[in-house]
Design a protein around this ligand. Structure first.
Ligand code: SAM
Length: 207
């Protein structure tokens, strides 16, 4: 478990990593959010902004949050380069402590993981509470360990059902559109490739 302050930990990662971004959305975001009619979207843990810029390009009006001011600076530059700044608003939040205002047609969190000890289930429940009736929640999370991962080799990953249960949602208020693991070919920091599993939690809020 990391013991440095969470913002310092993530700023260090983004300061020492590449300042450019792939410009590509996550596969699951494109697959699942790509089926929706654009409206307002909130992205949690937006990193360098690839998913947020992709959503803006699809016509979404996006609020994107991250704990790292360094990542958000890179994301804002990426949005500008893409000509999407007017559709994007970046906000700095430690989601364990503060959360963007408002409610949204889509709330998405992809790989919102941290080696820090933090209340992830509470943050995901808060994400669900920010979905408007009729809107969607998309959570994509690791379900297996990539060989280059920081997580210990004996890490036990939750199933999609485990994560959903941890959020304590009112079952009758949500339609499950996908609650499943999917396989993906991932590329590591040195270009190495491996098949990994992700969980998809894709829900529509009914009431
Ligand atoms: C593993 S990265 C995933 C980034 C991106 N969503 C993706 O799909 O590649 C996790 C992101 O969550 C952010 N994060 C971690 N803890 C956070 C917290 N407490 N509040 C807000 N953002 C946090 C990190 O700064 C980082 O950008």
């Amino acid at each position: 478990m990391q013991s440095s302050a969470p913002d310092a930990f993530w700023n260090d990662i983004y300061s020492n990593g590449s300042q450019t971004s792939s410009g590509n959305p996550g596969l699951a975001l494109a697959q699942f959010a790509g089926t929706l009619t654009p409206g307002t979207a909130l992205e949690l843990g937006c990193a360098k902004g690839d998913d947020a810029v992709w959503l803006a390009r699809q016509g979404w009006q996006v609020t994107a949050a991250d704990i790292s001011s360094v990542a958000l600076g890179i994301a804002a530059k990426n949005a500008e380069t893409a000509g999407m700044s007017e559709r994007l608003r970046f906000e700095e939040h430690d989601l364990a402590r503060s959360f963007p205002d408002g409610s949204f047609d889509l709330v998405t969190a992809s790989f919102l993981h941290s080696p820090q000890d933090w209340p992830r289930a509470d943050v995901l429940a808060r994400a669900a509470a920010a979905v408007d009736p009729g809107g969607h929640l998309l959570i994509v999370e690791h379900a297996s360990r990539a060989p280059w991962s920081w997580s210990p080799e004996n890490t036990r990953f939750p199933t999609a059902e485990d994560t959903l249960a941890s959020m304590r949602l009112t079952p009758s208020a949500w339609r499950h559109r996908c609650l499943c693991p999917i396989a993906r070919t991932a590329t590591g920091p040195d270009g190495q490739r491996a098949i990994v599993m992700d969980n998809i939690i894709f829900l529509q809020r009914l009431t």
